[in-house]
Design a protein around this ligand. Structure first.
Ligand SMILES: [Zn+2]
Ligand SMILES: [Zn+2]
Length: 553
């Protein structure tokens, strides 16, 4: 009997983002990615969403290491938060570690975390784990799929991937190695990226975007070209630079993360450009427009990004206007559509020409579509399959692809955040559950919790009504108030009558409560609140937050 291994899913199953899982073997725990999620519109004031770390906190002593598939925020962004509470080495490609290090440094944890670089195809022992790092193509360079050689056979995790047959750096997804694993030991369990499982066909090659960018640059001589894309997408940046160089332009970066990542890319040789190509953005104004290319952050319409400020005419480095060409070389991540739309509109108002993926093929996804997912399933021929990375609908679509590809239905497991599964001699089975809720981060406050979020939603949607009164603690007389103060509920000048009514209802309820012998402020407050709530609900059909403030004297 071989020793069983376990997988614990802490995030990324049922949502896009906060990818995080653990592999457990011989009493030790290996973390696979540790990502964050960007908040949805119904999370007011929340900056980031993290995995619930309580399981990892409870088992901190057993954490052997963290292995990173690639450097996107939804795979590395939560690391600095976990590293505040637990200490362990982090493995990944040099670029992945470089991107993660930016975050770890910002959190002031750089000195105490050991970052271990691994090369393409390398196989490493990490405690009891035997991990192979297999190259994959994705929208950030140097991504890995991970093959775990366990006592229960090979567990293959695809990471985020696509099957780009003509990648910018020529580094292909190593299907040959995956095939060799399938033919040799066999793949016992495959975990694979489901983000684009609903999309038919193949994702086009990243190099097709380069060809389109070059067409745009060539057909607009004498005009400035400003391209915005994800700062970590160094292959996209490379193709922007190539198009600029080919058309005799200098390149300036705009936005802090773009400057940082370009510097990192140059240092690691992931980005190549002829000497003298890069200029400071301050020099751009002195150059002939036809000699200028700017590559900028802000492809998601982030309110304070270089792009959003430019669209609002507020960017202190650059003004966009008539004659300029702006290329949005990215798709809005779900939830960001409105913000991106606002930027596109603002750029049009300033007179710029705007080229976005809706009008020209200036973007391609980094995730495999159905045909590529099926190819991986065909090459890996897994005994068991768990779709990962995606909303539930994506997981279901991917599961369906797997059964159509011949994986028997009972061997395809649909898992959710928090699920614990065990791979043993008898097969793959669901064995339990751990906490896996959302951890909301609000600036420096840390976890804001569900209650706070519920209050914020109520305040945002319905406003607040405060009932303020002072009572004499000995006699029970009402010394002042009750006053009604509202924010965001009704437009005050038109609501005089309503406020008067609320005041008299509150007064009446307080008098009754006092007559019945209620003395403590909390009980009085409760009475005032329910009386005012009933009135507000009856008269306005709304449910603002009602806050009684009863003071003693
Ligand atoms: Zn990714
Ligand atoms: Zn991802």
């Amino acid at each position: 009997m071989a020793e069983p291994v376990r997988l614990v899913f802490l995030g990324g199953l049922g949502e896009i983002g906060r990818n995080c899982a653990c592999l457990e073997q011989a009493g030790r725990l290996l973390l696979i990615d540790c990502g964050l999620m960007f908040p949805h519109a119904d999370m007011p004031g929340v900056d980031l969403v993290l995995p619930d770390f309580s399981y990892l906190r409870d088992n901190a002593g057993r954490i052997e290491a963290c292995v990173l598939t690639h450097g996107h925020e939804d795979h590395v962004g939560a690391l600095p938060f976990l590293l505040r509470e637990a200490s362990f080495p982090v493995y990944g490609s040099p670029l992945t570690l470089g991107l993660a290090a930016h975050r770890i440094e910002e959190a002031g944890l750089a000195g105490r975390t050991r970052l271990v670089e691994v090369a393409d195809g390398e196989r490493r022992r990490i405690g009891p784990f035997d991990v192979e790092f297999i190259p994959v193509t994705h929208s950030v360079p140097r991504g890995f799929a991970l093959a775990f050689h366990t006592p229960q056979g090979v567990v293959l995790h695809s990471g985020d991937f696509k099957l780009d047959l003509c990648p910018v750096d020529g580094r292909l997804t190593d299907l040959a190695r995956i095939g060799a694993l399938a033919c040799g030991p066999g793949v016992r369990l495959l975990l694979s990226d489901s983000t684009n499982a609903e999309e038919a066909g193949h994702t086009a090659s990243e190099t097709s975007v380069g060809a389109e960018l070059l067409r745009i640059f060539e057909s607009r001589p004498g005009q400035r070209v400003i391209v915005t894309c994800f700062a970590s997408h160094l292959h996209r940046v490379q193709q922007v630079v190539d198009a600029a160089v080919a058309t005799g332009r200098k390149v300036a970066t705009l936005g802090r993360s773009m400057a940082k990542n370009v510097e990192l890319g140059l240092r690691l040789g992931e980005l190549r450009l002829p000497p003298g190509t890069l200029v400071d953005v301050e020099e751009v104004a002195d150059l002939d427009p036809g000699r200028v290319c700017v590559v900028s952050t802000g492809s998601q319409g982030e309110p304070l990004s270089a792009m959003a400020l430019m669209a609002a005419g507020d960017n202190k480095w650059m003004e966009v206007g008539e004659g300029d060409v702006v290329v949005l070389s990215a798709h809005p991540v779900p939830g960001n559509e409105w913000a991106v739309n606002k930027v596109v509109d603002g750029l049009h108002r300033r007179g710029a020409e705007v080229i976005h993926p809706g009008v020209a093929p200036v973007h391609q996804s980094g995730h495999a579509k159905a045909e590529e997912l099926k190819t991986l399933l065909a090459v890996a021929r897994p005994e068991y399959f768990i779709p990962v990375h995606g909303e539930f609908r994506h997981l279901v679509s991917h599961a369906r692809l797997a059964t159509r590809m011949g994986v028997p239905e009972p061997r395809v497991l649909l898992c959710d955040d928090g699920d614990v599964v065990e791979l043993s001699d008898t097969g793959l089975a669901w064995v339990g559950e751990v906490p896996a809720g959302y951890l909301y981060v609000d600036g420096i406050v840390g976890d804001v919790g569900h209650g706070v979020l519920r209050d914020r939603r109520a305040l945002a949607e319905e406003g607040v009504v405060m009932v303020v009164a002072t009572v004499d603690d000995r006699s029970g007389d009402i010394l002042s108030g009750p006053e009604i103060i509202t924010r965001g509920w009704v437009y005050a000048p038109e609501a005089e009558e309503l406020l008067d009514e609320a005041r008299s209802v509150a007064l009446q309820s307080l008098k009754e409560a006092i007559a019945e012998g209620a003395v403590d402020h909390e009980a009085l407050g409760r009475r005032a609140r329910s009386a005012v709530a009933a009135l507000v609900q009856a008269r306005t059909r709304r449910r603002p937050m009602i806050v009684p403030v009863i003071m003693g004297a």
